[in-house]
Ligand binder design. Sequence first.
Ligand SMILES: Cc1cc2nc3c(=O)[nH]c(=O)nc-3n(C[C@H](O)[C@H](O)[C@H](O)COP(=O)(O)OP(=O)(O)OC[C@H]3O[C@@H](n4cnc5c(N)ncnc54)[C@H](O)[C@@H]3O)c2cc1C
Length: 403
Amino acid sequence: MTTDRPVTEPADGGENAEIVIVGGGLAGSLAAAVLARAGHRVALVDKRAVYPDEFRVEKIGGHQLDLIRKLGFIDALEHVACRYDRVLNIREGKVVDVSVGQAYGFSYASLVATARSQIPDCSNLIVDEVIAISNGDDVQHVELASGRRLTARLVVLATGMAGVLGYKLGIRRRVLAERHSVSFGFTIARRDGIPFDFEALTCYGERTADGIDYLSLFPVRDGMRANLFMFRDPTHPIMRELRREPEATILRLLPGLRSYLGDFRVTDRVQNWVMDLTVVEGHLLPGVVLIGDAFQTNCPAAGTGVARLLVDVDRLCTEYAPQWLMSAGMGREKISQFYSDREKIAADQQSLKMARFRQALTSRNGVGWDVRRRLHFLRRSLTHRVDQMHPGWIGRIRGALRA
Ligand SMILES: Cc1cc2nc3c(=O)[nH]c(=O)nc-3n(C[C@H](O)[C@H](O)[C@H](O)COP(=O)(O)OP(=O)(O)OC[C@H]3O[C@@H](n4cnc5c(N)ncnc54)[C@H](O)[C@@H]3O)c2cc1C
């Protein structure tokens, strides 16, 4: 079904592509690269030529890397990111455990730029704003702010948290938890210029009243990045203090961190973000499919946004869309296959489950949660000690339990 015709060839009163992807953040850019590499005629439309310096995901590891590898982007990631393998986890100044495993730190803008650079033909990227979509069982019409019009068999909405286009199509966002979490991102360095003596470090909150889940410190190309994740009223004065006097406020909230950081300073702008947990409704439409944050938002502390969007890209672009294009029509029955995909549903549900768990573990009061919190960290620290004394034991026991 694929041809070599460029996106710019006129057809049906508009420029023709098989698939128009609206939104070139991480989800849309990766989807465009996967589909274009497979030979599909793709147009990726984003209102910005370069993703701005905005705080989004800045580190990935674990299962996310398996999917990145499967989609063929691991080399590109290594090119732009800073690898680290050991994370020292502390609470109240004491070591909880050490996480070992490949992970990468980066700026989101550079990651998106890298994803876009993986699209084989750069003319597939159109810098423009989509202002309207009219959808149907066969052909989709996409109207751009410049007056350009595109036609396609399938439109992928990867517009992140911007809901206007979906709204015009009758798609609504259900708010599951308003102002669920607050995140801060900034870069730190020691005042004496000496590197920190850890590769990466996670410091968990000490008091439930502070609402701090954890502060994660990890290397990026420009230094040591800090992501602070909180569950607290975003209008509380502490938010302003974190922006104005980040060094002193961090040490006041996490005194156990002092000996690990030494005399440090914040070297760039403190960015912060208040996140609502939302999921779309009324999205089962002919000719249009939603991926990434356009479908469901995520709690940054849970670290599941990228896992979700990678599952979306993988399932849609390697399984469903290529099949759909092989037969006529793009009705609801085709689109519903993607939304009913077991892996997708599992990833979406896991993301919500983790969001609720992190919030509860951080800030829920009551004897039950106090005990659970203590047991959570006690189990981790005992496992760590046993592993230090008898390397390999824990892995073997886990393996035996799984068998
Ligand atoms: C502060 C913060 C920290 C986070 N930390 C983590 C983390 O540690 N781990 C993790 O896994 N996840 C994290 N996430 C979540 C993760 O960043 C997101 O899930 C991911 O970036 C979503 O990518 P996306 O492509 O769906 O949306 P986006 O990256 O928002 O991209 C949407 C794109 O659509 C474009 N667009 C919108 N409307 C139009 C239009 N009408 N026409 C043309 N273009 C349009 C925009 O310009 C933008 O480029 C975090 C999120 C935030 C906010």
